[in-house]
Write a new protein. Sequence first.
Length: 122
Amino acid sequence: MSVSFAELRARGGDKPLFSAECSTRVVLDHVTRKWGVLVIVVLSGGTHRWGELRREVDGISEKMLGTTLRTLEADGFVHRETFGTVPPRVEYSLTNRGRELAERLLPLVEWVADYVGETVED
């Protein structure tokens, strides 16, 4: 690890990063939720429409997909583009910030995939 937790907390000044009153906790919660991680990982492969995302993120409900996309869009990680066609077409992609996040999440997801099924001993 290139930076310690103590060093990260010190960056916050009067309100240490990740303290109870810091908004970093909200964003961290959004991007580390099961569905948030999976949506970001899927979108790291390129632009997807709603139905494509629903198929790729197996098991997510329509309501949860909508909530997750709105949250990640509000946080600046996902871009939603609506096309004025009939029927309407909507595409989702990662913003620059979302791509930066995906670059950091993908190694974690890869690690999980490599070690799935192994017993972790204390």
